[in-house]
Design a protein around this ligand. Structure first.
Ligand code: NCD
Length: 340
């Protein structure tokens, strides 16, 4: 069959996905236009994103061919910082929905000649971009961009400085729900370089709203201020944080975002903080380990732990990045009932 003629199962898949865009939460999210952080989202919007992602995951498990739902859309990935997982999964998600994708290579773009994020964005918009997926080293960069673009363009924050990484938190929630169903009352321990982690902040804002019992554990120089106002319990020792945890999220030591001297040495850090099988015994026997990647093997966790499929959910997180980002793009960009 020629590839441009859709087969009946693709019709069914398309209808199933479109059906998930018609809930109140889905409409609210569509009208919001941008995804800047998880703290902006209502419970209804989060449930709608999860429901769309669940349908998307079922579909792509059977058939990865393009779904022709966003055929008239252009999605531009504008990453001012390196990325493997986030950029690739946004690309696959957009392509699977039928959109065209521009992957701007910042190192060979006019950014190296001093072009601002706004001029880069308006250039891409002039070429027809409907969504800008932006990662930037400055906290607040995505929000600034969302205030500057025309009303028919959506901005998705793919990480801004230490501030937020909403699609990572949404895929973490999706993965937790896949493992245990309802997350309310479950204990999550976030461990490591919390201070420099946008992943931790977006997860805290998302999961405390859903009733997750969030514990944060870090050496004092890597613990940010103001966490108790965010509704989490803080610890400076591993044991109480790990105690009876359902989920443990290890964070990378983000040396590129740190000033010098915050930790004495990586060796000292390993001795006290590195997660291994013995330390994980303090958690529930059913505990699952999360890590947003990239992993520094042997620093924040041992290779044995990272690669143990009975504990590690790291591959599942990566896999789930595609349906979750499909959900975000479809809900923001689909034009039924939309602002477009
Ligand atoms: C993270 C990021 O870049 O924010 N990785 C990711 O997107 N999966 C975490 C990190 O930098 O360590």
């Amino acid at each position: 069959m020629p590839s441009n003629i859709s087969n009946p199962s693709q019709e069914t898949n398309r209808a199933a996905l479109l059906a998930t865009t018609r809930s109140d939460g889905a409409r609210k999210f569509n009208q919001r236009r941008h995804l800047i952080d998880t703290g902006d989202l209502t419970r209804d919007e989060v449930s709608s994103i999860m429901a769309t992602a669940e349908t998307a995951k079922h579909i792509i498990a059977r058939d990865k061919s393009p779904l022709n739902l966003l055929n008239d859309k252009v999605v531009a990935n504008v990453f001012y910082e390196n990325s493997t997982r986030t950029r690739s999964s946004f690309t696959l998600a957009a392509q699977t929905l039928g959109a065209q994708v521009i992957n701007l290579d910042i190192n060979t773009s006019s950014v190296t000649k001093g072009e601002t994020i706004f001029d880069t964005a308006s250039t891409l918009i002039a070429m027809g971009a409907d969504a800008l997926i932006q990662r930037h080293a400055s906290s607040g960069a995505a929000s600034q961009l969302s205030n500057a673009v025309p009303s028919y363009v959506s901005v998705v924050n793919a990480g801004d400085g230490w501030n937020a990484h909403p699609t990572q938190a949404l895929l973490d929630l999706f993965t937790m729900q896949e493992i245990c169903g309802n997350v309310e009352g479950r204990k999550l321990a976030i461990i490591g370089d919390v201070k420099h982690s946008r992943v931790a902040r977006s997860n805290i804002r998302l999961l405390t709203n859903l009733g997750v019992d969030v514990h944060v554990c870090a050496p004092p120089p890597l613990m940010p201020e103001g966490l108790s106002e965010m509704g989490v319990t803080t610890h400076y020792e591993l044991s109480p944080a790990l105690e009876r945890a359902d989920f443990v999220m290890a964070l990378r030591m983000q040396l590129e975002r740190q000033q010098d001297g915050l930790i004495t040495s990586l060796d000292d850090y390993r001795k006290i903080w590195r997660l291994d099988h013995a330390r994980m015994k303090r958690a529930k026997s059913t505990v699952r380990l999360f890590h947003p990647g990239p992993i520094n093997r042997g620093v924040e966790l041992t290779s044995e732990l990272a690669d143990d499929p009975s504990i590690s959910a790291i591959h599942l997180q990566v896999t789930n990045g595609i349906p979750v980002r499909m959900a975000v793009l479809l809900l923001l960009l689909n034009s039924e009932d939309s602002h477009r």
